[in-house]
Design a protein around this ligand. Structure first.
Ligand SMILES: C[S@@+](CC[C@H](N)C(=O)[O-])C[C@H]1O[C@@H](n2cnc3c(N)ncnc32)[C@H](O)[C@@H]1O
Length: 268
């Protein structure tokens, strides 16, 4: 197990420490040649740039690179903020919690499926003649609204309060799709032809257990970017977008469901 992959905060701290060493060495070399203002701004820029570069070299996801880049500046702002009132920070914290509550709880952040991938999902539904689609963790509901209609029923399941609210309102305004405020783990997926998930590596084993138990034979789990560890995908689609999105397709087969039913019968 790679501790930096499992606990990216360790990598982010190491990146800031490494950048601090570089800044310290450069400041010692340039002392006397730059004034205090030059040293301050130069130090801040080098600290941010080196920390971001080290974070990238450590292979952390792109949002950690942004965090490493912005952290030194944000820290300086906070330290020099003077007597600012505390309430905007309180409100900011509550808003962030309402949007990103699943990041801490489920280790699933909010990022959105792009248009090309949504198009690929639409053609997948058309190819298979599928008409029931669910997006587990539907974010702002873009995929659900794009796929609903012309005989297809698409719904989304989302538990982050603010994200759910925005997607619920958009879906009502556009009259496309259904957005439920629900946890992925309690969603009923037994009637769906395609279950779509764009989550993170963390919940994939548990998600696969759920779909194997609950989805009907012949239906499909499609995972954007994250494969189920130890399970061969039925198909992998690599798309021609900038991030070379991979869609992992897992078809539920008769044997899986039959053996699960037999196992639950024996247990009962
Ligand atoms: C990476 S985003 C994907 C959004 C959307 N599916 C898309 O592709 O555009 C993952 C979403 O899953 C939601 N999520 C994570 N864990 C969840 C859970 N246990 N129940 C419901 N939603 C969850 C997060 O709040 C986030 O909005």
């Amino acid at each position: 197990m790679n501790p930096i992959r499992s606990y990216p905060i360790i990598g982010a701290v190491l990146a800031q420490l490494a950048a601090g060493v570089v800044v310290f060495a450069l400041s010692a070399m340039l002392a006397g040649r730059l004034d205090a203002v030059g040293l301050f701004w130069g130090g801040l820029i080098v600290q941010s740039g080196v920390a971001a570069a080290v974070t990238k070299l450590l292979g952390l996801p792109v949002w950690w690179v942004w965090i490493s880049l912005c952290f030194p500046g944000a820290l300086m702002l906070a330290l020099n903020a003077g007597d600012l009132p505390a309430w905007p920070f309180g409100i900011g914290f509550v808003v962030l919690y309402l949007v990103f509550s699943n990041t801490a709880r489920e280790r699933v952040p909010l990022y959105l499926t792009n248009r090309l991938t949504t198009g690929a999902l639409l053609s997948l539904m058309q190819q298979r003649g599928a008409n029931r689609f669910v997006d587990l963790g539907s974010g702002l509901g873009g995929v659900v609204r794009a796929l609903d209609g012309e005989g297809r029923q698409a719904r989304g399941v989302e538990s982050a309060p603010m994200v759910w609210f925005v997607s619920f309102v958009l879906s009502k305004i556009e009259r496309r799709g259904q957005i439920l405020r629900q946890d992925i783990w309690s969603a009923d997926i037994s009637d769906d032809d395609i279950v779509y998930a764009f989550l993170s590596p963390e919940p994939m084993p548990q998600l696969y257990e759920k779909v194997r138990r609950e989805m009907k034979p012949g239906s499909l789990l499609v995972s954007n970017s994250f494969a189920v560890p130890g399970v061969d995908a039925t198909e992998i689609w690599e798309l021609a977008d900038r991030r070379k999105t991979r869609l992992y397709l897992y078809e539920m087969n008769q044997l899986d469901s039959a053996s699960d039913e037999a196992a639950s019968g024996e247990a009962g």
